[in-house]
Design a protein around this ligand. Structure first.
Ligand code: ATP
Ligand code: MG
Length: 284
């Protein structure tokens, strides 16, 4: 019972001509150890929603409980919350500001009150985890490549040892190799370190591959929520809101409509190949 979002409403520019209700009555429970994928077209409210998870956005109404406690209660420590719920913004590399890579990664742990020893150990461990070697510790973050900067920025949040890691499109703008490295890292944090993951992504394929549960946002509301299978069974409804399921789902449904009795719940391409080969063998 890590995070309970209750009847959350959020309005940008309330009371002005630019007033925009970006979240409408959101209810969602994120259990410990889950890997939640949040998808939805641009402007559907994904970033607005996740920026509530560490108390950054304050809702117009509704609330969030973290381990049973209301994070918007007067006196609730946001600093403590931010040490437990780490948020990686989109293009986090723009927020690198320290003179060296190591100092940048140390900033977060130091700021939440870890000892110098813990800070140093966690920062180095996080850099190792993201694949940044020791000879880069003293380099200025400005001298790194885009992908390296991204990894350093993520290390800065990982070094705080959060229980929940929230990432807003962490692979945006990376090449396939850089993208896979980041996704594998997130998967490792989930599987090996038991970190609860909330990943915002535009890629159905990525979300389908890693998430245990998918939340589909549309116009500030939760349009669908369930396991990848459950969500992609609604592929025709997803299309109506401008989204699509992974290609495998279309392929298997097409085969089914042609009379082949294939399992249309398969999402993983390798499993789909096996399924198709089995049917081909049966036909032969
Ligand atoms: N600072 C802001 N001021 C006013 N309106 C905003 C602001 N930020 C976002 N919005 C509006 O709130 C809605 C939700 O935006 P949000 O950034 O949460 O969407 P998103 O799903 O993250 O989109 P994207 O996929 O493009 O990142 C949009 O209609 C957007 O125009
Ligand atoms: Mg966004």
């Amino acid at each position: 019972m890590a995070i309970i979002i209750k009847n959350l409403n959020y309005i940008y520019g309330a009371g002005t001509v630019f007033e925009k209700q970006s979240l409408k009555d959101i209810n969602l429970t994120i259990e410990d150890g889950e890997f939640i994928g949040i998808i939805g077209h641009t402007g559907s409210g994904k970033s607005t929603l996740i920026q509530h998870l560490n108390g950054l956005n304050v809702p117009a109404s509704g609330t969030i409980l973290y381990n049973g406690e209301d994070i918007y209660r007067k006196g609730y420590s946001k600093k403590k919350l931010r040490s437990k719920v780490g948020l990686v913004f989109q293009y986090p590399e723009y927020q690198l500001f320290e003179t060296t890579v190591l100092n940048d990664v140390k900033f977060g742990p130091k700021n939440i009150g870890m000892t110098d020893e813990e800070t140093d150990r966690n920062a180095k461990e996080a850099l190792k985890m993201v694949g940044i070697s020791e000879n880069m510790y003293d380099v200025s973050p400005l001298e790194l490549s885009g992908g390296e900067k991204r990894r350093v920025a993520i290390a800065g949040v990982v070094a705080m040892k959060p229980e929940v890691l929230v990432l807003d499109e962490p692979t945006a703008g990376l090449d396939p190799k850089g993208k896979n490295e980041i996704l594998s890292l997130i998967d490792k944090l989930h599987k090996n370190n038991g970190v609860t993951i909330v990943l915002v992504s535009h890629s159905m394929e990525d979300v389908a591959k890693y998430a245990t549960r998918i939340v589909v946002m549309n116009d500030g509301e939760i349009f669908a929520c369930g396991t990848p299978c459950e969500v992609f069974r609604q592929y025709k409804e997803l299309e109506k809101i401008g989204l699509s399921a992974p290609q495998t789902v279309y392929l298997l449904n097409e085969l089914k409509s042609m009379g082949y009795d294939v399992d249309t719940d398969i999402i993983n391409p390798d499993e789909a190949v096996k399924e198709i080969l089995i049917h081909m063998a049966q036909q032969a």
